[in-house]
Each structure stands twice: as structure tokens, then as C-alpha cells.
Design a protein around this ligand. Structure first.
Ligand code: HEC
Ligand code: HEC
Length: 407
């Protein structure tokens, strides 16, 4: 018996020492403050999606109809442009161009729309307050789909597939005679002829067409809301560290970049905060162009008087749910040259950058922060930033950890 007891003791001792080694907690390299900042950027913190102005978000039938509309080229003046012409799935729902190109050449860069539904405002200048209202703009834009709301309503309400889906979702349809009588190419803004044709319709006809237009916007938005933000190596790093595991996803350079990113000296976190790396707000970083593109300052009244905003008759929201519209910043002077802080998720895959696509790569973006005359002259919402070459390389390496993890 004695040797056996001794052996057992030895085994227990060996096990105790090695088990203790295995269970030794991984030391988190960050201070509690740094760690809480880092965790706040992780995708885990993405809140539930809410849009009180669109009761069809999450509705499977609306998502189906919206996805078909998103990819349908018939929704354009020349039958060749769909939402997906510019928001291409294989390019992370962007187009890789400097500025958008369809029936005309636009002045703004096409953003990736993965995760866009979590935004508060839509477009670079935030001129739309909901995703469904946003979806209506490119359809009638002469440079994009150039497709009047009357044409859209006629197409959807007469195409057998769409008609059936529309009716299942939104109930009774106008009569076939009524739909046939609607004129083609009538819209409230556009050429004199287009506006005249729109005005010649009765109030009731205009209301029916606008209701159809809004319902289709809500369906498209239901689909766009399913486009989730991407999971990244950065998220995996945070998840492992949180679980007390040895997190090996980021190398030393990338970690140095993360440290710079959260360092108040660089100010990045003042604007690129939260799980989408945006504070959802409007700022000048010295990229506005006087007389050409003044950003949010130019569109403040447009949002307030938009027929399809949160307070309008086509919205599903009670008035009290439209606080962001009611209390939005209206001081035009302070909004000159401001744009919505873009998400940095997947940024490495969605060049070029800025509202006008003026920066071909991320290194040029950093160079802007370092050398912009506007920033140096104090005409922007941040103080001048200085970074050594090594620091720039580290920050760039960190930004690339925010790219989609390849499946
Ligand atoms: C001709 C190319 C083009 C087409 C077609 C197009 N878009 Fe866009 N999209 C853009 C551009 C450019 C912007 C940014 C415009 C701006 O901010 O002024 C944009 C912005 C957006 C945004 C807001 C992104 C953000 O970060 O705020 C959403 C959402 C969107 N588009 C969805 C759609 C949907 C839905 C359709 C179809 C109904 C569509 N787009 C058709 C080019 C296009
Ligand atoms: C004062 C707010 C603010 C600060 C501080 C700030 N940014 Fe930005 N950032 C913006 C805005 C606004 C834009 C869009 C400007 C435009 O489109 O003209 C932007 C654009 C970018 C873009 C391009 C994204 C795209 O899709 O076009 C990158 C990358 C970026 N910032 C990284 C950083 C980094 C890194 C830091 C810290 C060194 C930083 N930003 C600091 C507000 C800010």
C-alpha cells in the first residue's frame, strides 16, 4: 500500500503544479481605463436595431420584397441601374469609385452600407433621418436611377410578382384603372414638365402614389437593415481577452496602433467611437469646399421640410419618437464643412475615402490629419495631430485589423 499512496501523492502534486500553471489567468496588458475604452469599440456593444418610423424592419416579407427591389434594374430610366449597381455585394456594398457613376456622375463617394442601419442620419451630410426615407432619394435622383415615383408605383403595382407581395404586406391596392391613368415621369421636383405633370394629379392621387413610394422605401430599408456590420480581428482579440484567453489576433505593431488610436492626444476616439467607430455626429476635419460642398450646413432646412421625415404623415413613429429631428443642431454657421463621422469598420476594403473620394488610401487619410492647413489654422473640430513615421505605420496597421475577417 505504501508505494501506491506515495505515487498518488506525487501524481496529485504534479497535477496541482501543472494545473495551476494552466489556470494562471492571462494578464490583460491594458489599464482598466484603456480596457474599458477598447471594449466599448467591440461589436458586442452594438445595440438592438430600432426605427420607430418603419414598422416593417424585421418583417420577413418586407425584407424579401426589399431585396428584390434592391437588385432590380428596371427601377431606372434606362433599365440598367439598381441600388446594387453602386452598392455591390462583392465590394462590401460599395463601388470602389471616387464618386458615384450611373445616369450621371455624382459628386460624392459611395459608402459601404454594411451596418448602415445603425446610423442616426443618412448620407455624408445626414440629409435623411431614416433609412426608408433615404432609399427614396437615389430612385428619383437624375444622376442615379432617374426614375419617377409614378413610374415606380406603376411598375410595382402592375408586375404580378411585386403586386402580390405588395398586397400581402400593405393591403388593398388602387384599382387597375386608377393605376393606368397615372402619368409617367411625374415628380414634385425635377424639370418644369415633370413638376407640372405631378401638380396636375389630384391630392388623392398624389397621396396614393406617395404612400406607395414610402411603403417601397420601407421594404428596401427592411432589406438594407439585414446588412450587418462585419466581424473583425479586432473583435476577436477583444472577445478572447475578455474570456481570459491568450489573445493572439493582433501583432505588436497593430497593438501599438490601437494604443495610439485610443490615446487622447490623437483624438480619434472623440469622433470614431462606439462599436461602429462613429459618434454619429457631424464634424469638420477641414475637407469641406466653400462654394462647392459645404456639408451639413447646406441641407438643414431640407431635412425639416422633407415630406418623408420622421414627423411626416408617412412615418410610423409617434411624434415623441422623433426627438433627433426636433432637437437637431440648426446653427448653419457651425455646420459649415461638416460631414457625418464615417464608420471605420472594413475601411481597408472600401477605398477611396472622404465624402468626395479624394483620398485613394488610408495613408493619405492620415497624411490629411497631419498636414491639413485647415486643421492647423484652427478651422476644424480637432487640434493638429503629429505622428512619427513609425506611429503612422502602426495606426495604419491597426485600421487594417478592422477589416472583415475572411470566412
Ligand atoms: C449611382 C450610384 C448609387 C445608386 C444607384 C444608389 N446609391 Fe446609395 N449612395 C450612393 C452615394 C454616392 C451615396 C452618398 C451620397 C451622399 O452622401 O450625398 C449613397 C448613400 C447611401 C446610403 C447612406 C449611407 C450612409 O452612410 O449614410 C444608403 C443607405 C444607400 N445609399 C442605399 C441605397 C439604396 C437603397 C439604393 C437604391 C434605391 C441606392 N443607395 C442607390 C450611390 C448610389
Ligand atoms: C473631429 C472629429 C474627428 C476626429 C478627431 C477624427 N476623425 Fe476621422 N473622420 C471624421 C469625419 C467627419 C470624416 C469624414 C470627412 C469627409 O468625408 O470629408 C472622417 C474620415 C476618416 C476616415 C475615412 C473614412 C472613409 O470611409 O472615408 C478615416 C480612415 C479616419 N477618419 C480615421 C481617423 C483617425 C485614425 C483619427 C485619429 C488620428 C481620426 N479619424 C480623427 C471625423 C474625425
Amino acid at each position: 500500500m505504501r508505494p501506491a499512496v506515495a505515487l498518488t501523492c506525487i501524481l496529485i502534486l504534479v497535477c496541482l503544479s501543472s494545473c495551476a500553471k494552466q489556470d494562471k489567468p492571462i494578464t490583460n496588458p491594458w489599464t482598466p481605463h484603456e480596457w474599458s475604452l477598447i471594449q466599448s469599440l467591440s461589436l458586442d456593444n452594438l445595440p438592438a436595431l430600432v426605427d420607430p418610423s418603419n414598422r416593417y424592419v424585421g418583417n420577413p416579407q418586407a425584407i424579401q420584397l426589399g431585396s428584390e427591389l434592391f437588385f432590380d434594374k428596371r427601377l431606372s430610366a434606362n433599365g440598367r441601374v439598381s441600388c446594387a449597381s453602386c452598392h455591390q455585394p462583392e465590394k462590401f456594398f460599395s463601388d470602389g469609385l471616387t464618386t458615384a457613376q450611373a445616369l450621371g456622375t455624382g459628386t460624392r463617394n459611395t459608402p459601404s452600407i454594411l451596418g448602415v442601419a445603425w446610423n442616426q442620419w443618412f448620407f455624408w451630410d445626414g440629409r435623411k433621418d431614416s433609412l426608408w426615407s433615404q432609399a427614396l432619394a437615389p430612385i428619383e435622383d437624375p444622376k442615379e436611377h432617374n426614375f419617377a415615383r409614378t413610374d415606380l408605383a406603376k411598375l410595382v403595382l402592375t408586375d404580378p410578382n411585386y403586386q402580390q407581395q405588395y398586397q400581402a404586406l400593405f393591403g388593398s391596392l388602387p384599382s387597375a384603372n386608377e393605376i393606368t391613368a397615372w402619368p409617367l415621369d411625374a415628380r414634385p421636383s425635377g424639370s418644369i414638365e415633370q413638376i407640372k405633370t405631378w401638380k396636375a394629379l389630384s391630392d388623392q392621387e398624389r397621396n396614393t402614389i406617395d404612400t406607395t413610394f414610402a411603403n417601397l422605401g420601407k421594404s428596401i430599408a427592411a432589406y438594407v437593415s439585414t446588412l450587418q456590420p462585419v466581424e473583425t480581428r479586432f473583435d476577436q482579440y477583444v472577445a478572447d481577452l475578455k474570456a481570459g484567453k491568450a489573445a493572439k489576433q493582433l501583432n505588436a505593431t497593430e497593438l501599438a496602433g490601437l494604443r495610439l488610436f485610443i490615446d487622447p492626444k490623437q483624438q480619434c476616439l472623440n469622433c470614431h467611437s462606439g462599436p461602429l467607430f462613429t459618434n454619429q455626429s457631424f464634424h469638420s476635419i477641414g475637407t469641406g469646399e466653400m462654394g462647392k460642398d459645404t456639408g451639413r450646413a447646406a441641407i438643414i432646412d431640407q431635412i425639416r421640410f422633407d415630406r418623408f421625415n420622421c414627423l411626416g404623415k408617412f412615418s410610423d413613429a409617434p411624434k415623441e419618437a422623433c426627438t433627433k429631428l426636433q432637437y437637431m443642431q440648426r446653427n448653419r454657421h457651425q455646420l459649415i464643412g461638416t460631414y457625418k463621422t464615417p464608420s471605420l469598420r472594413n475601411g481597408g476594403n472600401t477605398a477611396p475615402y472622404f465624402h468626395n473620394g479624394s483620398k485613394p488610401n488610408l495613408a493619405d487619410v492620415l497624411e490629411h490629419y497631419i498636414s491639413s492647413k485647415e486643421i492647423q489654422a484652427g478651422r476644424a473640430d480637432l487640434k493638429p495631430i503629429s505622428l512619427t513615421n513609425d506611429e503612422q505605420a502602426a495606426l495604419l496597421a491597426f485600421l487594417q485589423t478592422l477589416n472583415a475577417v475572411k470566412p
